[in-house]
Design a protein around this ligand. Structure first.
Ligand SMILES: NC(=O)c1ccc[n+]([C@@H]2O[C@H](COP(=O)([O-])OP(=O)(O)OC[C@H]3O[C@@H](n4cnc5c(N)ncnc54)[C@H](OP(=O)(O)O)[C@@H]3O)[C@@H](O)[C@H]2O)c1
Length: 235
């Protein structure tokens, strides 16, 4: 089979970076994005010749089309970008909420809208959106994160219907203990989450990479939302 091009939005770190490396390891090309052009190029260079890094900020969706102008035919798209956020209803910060809702929901949608003329219209083409388990397992300060992760579920089914035969699915990770965001937390922070995970250990970035590959490749999967949490939801 000929080489595919997979675009990973938010591919300079964490889960997106691991997916970008996996794409190249499987013999395909990856275009990864981050907000800073130099960093994106350096991260791509660390993966190899089959990786390209470009700058993209999806918190200002009006600029997305111009920033993605250089991308050619796309055979798969992973939307993993996120900015960390804490917000509550009682102490609501409208600016922070507006920024994150714009980034995740409008930004993700505008990326797909922009690339539609380059996404191969085939069931071989998969789009993977990232939400997260905060959609149904909120924690203090997760009001906007829970909102956007729930929004991803609606966006997924709407896109899957409208864009078929292109397939659209979502991944909702639990706490991914070896991701940079969580791995850097003080000892003990993850203890409670581990205790409520069947088996006692958290899902890993590799688990999420494997799930993303499945959704990118499997021609039978569309309109689904998959939790990657080692069964957290059943405890
Ligand atoms: N890690 C977890 O435990 C976990 C749990 C549940 C859900 N998730 C979801 O999984 C996805 C990946 O999470 P992660 O922890 O691996 O993320 P991460 O390490 O924080 O990486 C975030 C990525 O998003 C990019 N980014 C940040 N702001 C952006 C903006 N305004 N426009 C475009 N790109 C932007 C970053 O690039 P630059 O910094 O280079 O700009 C980086 O590549 C996210 O959608 C997250 O919500 C993760």
């Amino acid at each position: 089979m000929s080489e595919k091009t997979i675009v990973v939005i938010g591919g300079t770190s964490g889960i997106g970076f691991e997916i970008a490396k996996d794409v190249v390891a499987h013999g395909d090309r990856v275009v990864l994005t981050g907000r800073d052009a130099t960093k994106a190029r350096e991260v791509a260079a660390s993966i190899g010749d089959s990786a390209t890094g470009i700058a993209l900020d999806i918190s200002e969706p009006e600029g997305i089309a111009a920033q993605l102008a250089g991308i050619g035919t796309v055979n798969g798209l992973v939307l993993a970008a996120i900015e960390r956020d804490a917000n509550t209803v009682r102490d609501y910060n409208i600016a922070r909420a507006t920024r994150l809702v714009t980034l995740k929901l409008v930004g993700y949608t505008e990326v797909v809208h922009t690339l539609l003329d380059r996404l191969d219209p085939s069931p071989d083409t998969g789009i993977v959106l990232f939400g997260g388990r905060a959609k149904d397992l909120p924690y203090p300060g997760s009001v906007t994160v829970s909102t956007i992760n729930g929004g991803v579920e609606g966006l997924t089914v709407a896109m899957a219907l409208e864009l078929a035969p292109i397939r659209v699915n979502a991944l909702h990770p639990g706490i991914i203990g070896d991701s940079p965001f969580w791995a850097g937390k003080p000892v003990g922070v993850l203890t409670g989450y581990e205790a409520r995970t069947p088996g006692g250990t958290l899902a890993t970035m590799q688990d999420v990479v494997d799930a993303a590959r499945f959704l990118l490749d499997n021609r039978g999967m569309s309109g689904t939302s998959i939790a990657v949490d080692r069964g957290w939801r059943i405890t």
